[in-house]
Design a protein around this ligand. Structure first.
Ligand code: GUN
Length: 278
């Protein structure tokens, strides 16, 4: 079975659209997402444009605040403080990666945790790790929703996550622990990578190595989630060798059309949740 990320994303966005409509009627207010984009890195430009387009489609307000790549860090910090105070703004996102002279942690730490739609602020990271209410990073949240679209009860399942990033691997671990999975994180220094992966009931690949996961890396009947977006000879491919693995898996996400569309839907979901909480 191929997990249709586009369809799942459409379903979630329809639900968000209806909720915004009914909240607008009741409160006369609309959620608003502010995105800060620094520099002209092409993938970031594309991501941000898609985020704005989809926000508008669900009836959300959105703005992109653009800066030249040599903007001083303090200008960005001042802007974030201003957005934090602005009652009309529900969510703030600073697109990564940042230019080298800007320290990521200074930026992330400035965003009000209640408007941190990425869930990257240490307050949200800590709340998630403690099992408290938290804003959950969009990519792992999307992955979990895709897994649950094929299997509701994950209790006791062995999940293996390839990659230990703050954006995906680490928060994914917390989400799957909450679902009562047994979780293993593997990474570039792990010994017997293939053997570890082949024991997974749920395998999540988020390393950025094109087609790393081969047929003999996966257990028959497992669920495979491919977070990779790699450009190879003008084609986008995932971290999983889809053609080989699809025959062995119970369910698998394609690239493109799997995790990607779900990530943006989850961003809109987080923005709506921030709006409701305020
Ligand atoms: N760059 C790539 N993915 C992301 C993301 O999820 N959030 C932000 N802010 N930047 C990104």
């Amino acid at each position: 079975m191929i997990i249709n990320g586009k369809l799942q994303s459409e379903k979630l966005r329809k639900k968000i659209k209806n909720e915004i409509l009914s909240l607008k009627r009741k409160t006369k207010k609309t959620p608003k997402l502010s995105v800060i984009l620094i520099g002209n890195y092409l993938p970031s430009q594309i991501y941000v444009r898609n985020k704005e387009k989809m926000a508008k489609e669900v009836g959300m307000k959105s703005e992109i605040i653009r800066y030249h790549s040599n903007i001083p860090e303090k200008t960005i910090i001042s802007k974030i403080i201003q957005l934090n105070k602005n009652k009309n703004i529900s969510g703030i996102l600073v697109q990564l990666p940042l230019p080298k002279h800007i320290k990521k942690e200074n930026i992330i730490n400035t965003i009000d945790p209640k408007k941190d739609v990425d869930g990257f602020n240490p307050i949200n990271v800590g709340n998630l790790a403690s099992g408290y209410n938290a804003i959950v990073p969009c990519t792992p949240l999307g992955c979990l929703k895709l897994i649950k679209s094929v299997k509701k009860n994950l209790s006791g399942k062995h999940a293996v996550i390839i990659g230990r990033s703050n954006l995906n691997g680490k928060p994914m671990t917390q989400l799957l622990l909450k679902e009562n999975c047994t979780v293993t994180i593997v990474h570039s220094k792990t010994k017997n990578l293939k053997t570890q992966c082949s024991q997974a009931d749920i395998l999540i690949a988020a390393v950025g190595v094109p087609k790393l996961v081969k047929k003999d890396w996966v257990k028959r009947g497992s669920i495979i989630i491919d977070v990779g977006i790699n450009k190879v000879k003008d084609k986008i491919v995932g971290d999983v060798d889809f053609k080989m693995v699809v025959k062995k898996a119970r369910a698998i996400t394609p690239v493109p059309g799997g995790v990607g569309p779900m990530t943006i839907a989850c961003l809109l979901n987080n923005t709506l949740e921030c709006f409701k909480a305020r």
